[in-house]
Each structure stands twice: as C-alpha cells, then as structure tokens.
Design a protein around this ligand. Structure first.
Ligand SMILES: [Zn+2]
Ligand SMILES: [Zn+2]
Length: 267
C-alpha cells in the first residue's frame, strides 16, 4: 500500500453511517493508514427545508468526538477534521456555515437535486439527460462558488447511471467537466479520487482515468484520495489501483490538509 492517507470517511455522527469514530480509527490502523480525515455529512436544502440534525450541536458533537479519538490514538494515527458539505452552491449562506468552524479539510459534493437525493432518483433512458443536466449544472456552480477544498466524487452521476445499467453520457458532459476542472485549478482547489463504488456498482473510481488525464493536462495537481467508507472494513479500499492510476497519469504526489492548507505528500 503506497497511499496511506484516506481523506473521506463517515462515522456514526453522519445520519447514514453506523460505526463509531473509534472503530473507524482502529480499522484505519489495521489497514496501514498514517492519516485519515473524518468527513461526516452536512447537507443543505433549498426552498426553506431544514433538517434538524444539521446544526451547531451536530458539528459540536463531531468535534468533541474527534478530540477524544485524537487523544486515544495520539502518536499512532493522525486524525484530521473535515466535513462533506452537500449543495454548497445553493446560497452564499452555505459558505458562511463552512467558515464558522475550524476544519482542516472540506469536501464539496452534489448529492441532491431540488432536495431529492440522487440515491432516490431512478435514472432511466428518458430522464437521463435532464438529471445529468441538473447534476452538472450544480457541479459547475459549486466549482465556481463553493468554499470547499476538494470536489468529492465529481462524476457521481455516473454511479446512478451504472445502477440502472445506463451509459453515463460522458461525451455530452465532457465540456462541462472541463470547465469544472478549470475552475478548480484557477481557484487553487482540488479533486478527490473516490473509491466508494469500486468492486460494486462500478469497477472504476469517481472520477476515472479519463477525467484524471484531463485534469493533469489542464495543470491540476491537488488530489486527495478517499474511500468514502461508511464501514470500517472499506477504509483504504482500492488505493493500490488509485496509486497505479496516479502514476500512469504522471502524478507523483497527493494532497493532505491542515487548517485548510494543502500540503503535497510524495507517493
Ligand atoms: Zn458524497
Ligand atoms: Zn461521503
């Protein structure tokens, strides 16, 4: 294993995960990780919808638990604070929430379209274009305005097409994806290589080799690697393949973060 930094995982503090931070840390150590970032979910909604769990208390609980883990694993595992913010692009208020807390690292994601999680939308041949258009519209906006450090699983639409055995319409969206990457680079931000669906819904990472190549050609250099684990045993999953992909495309470092400043880590 050559990538020892897993920068995307969820603990039971996230509404959709059920394992303690401590269990995740134990597994990270067993999987040979040197450093991890807990990036629990924080979702934003349009049309005035408020979800009771995404509030100040939620983030306080997150930091308190993280602090306990830092003490417990001191000298054995480096633990960075982070959050995966969904739909940061919907209002300038979202960026203000991000800046309210002392995170080391912030992921920006598009999970929802008009408050409906992509997981609950069934992509069909008929609606694929309209769902894809909406997804990439928000991704582009996020890349222009969001106060994130790295874009999480930027071709997430692909997962939901794959679930229905449909093509991901890459050719259609390639020009938008290029603009997204250009924004990321211009703004000094980065992308994530996410292994969550490997060996399951997808064989591939999100994004895959094609986008990674385009990112390199455009001058991108900031990349984090994340398993997006919601379960301890997935930590570091597929990182050997990511290492190969990075080497194949000419990347010889990945990024780690402290106080939202990126540090290049040779691989
Ligand atoms: Zn996500
Ligand atoms: Zn996630």
């Amino acid at each position: 294993m050559k990538i020892l930094y897993d920068y995307h995982m969820h603990s039971e503090i996230s509404p959709d995960a059920h394992f303690s931070m401590e269990a995740m840390c134990e597994s990270a150590l067993e999987n040979g990780m040197r450093e991890i970032a807990f990036t629990d979910h924080y979702e934003f909604y349009v049309n005035g919808v408020v979800r009771p769990w995404f509030n100040e208390r939620y983030v306080e609980k997150y930091f308190d638990t993280l602090e306990e883990c830092r003490k417990k694993f001191e000298g054995r595992l480096s633990i960075k604070s982070g959050m995966e913010f969904g739909q940061l692009d919907i209002s300038p208020e979202c960026n203000k929430t991000v800046r309210r807390y002392p995170f080391d690292f912030v992921l920006g994601s598009v999970h929802k379209l008009e408050n409906i999680d992509l997981t609950h939308l069934i992509v069909t041949e008929k609606n694929a274009r309209s769902i894809g258009d909406a997804y990439y519209y928000h991704l582009l906006k996020l890349s222009e305005e969001g106060d994130f450090d790295c874009l999480a699983h930027m071709d997430y639409f692909k997962k939901h097409c794959a679930k229905q055995n449909l093509p991901d319409l890459y050719e259609e969206y390639q020009p938008t994806i290029k603009k997204v990457l250009e924004n990321v680079i211009r703004r000094g931000k980065g992308i994530e290589i996410n292994t969550a669906c490997m060996g399951g819904i997808l064989e591939d990472t999100m994004p895959g080799l094609e986008i990674l190549r385009m990112y390199k050609e455009l001058g991108g250099r900031i990349i984090t690697v994340g398993s997006d684990s919601h379960r301890p045993e997935r930590i570091g999953y597929g990182f050997d393949r990511v290492y190969q992909m990075l080497k194949e495309t000419g990347f010889d470092s990945i990024s780690v973060y402290k106080n939202r400043k990126n540090i290049q880590q040779p691989i």
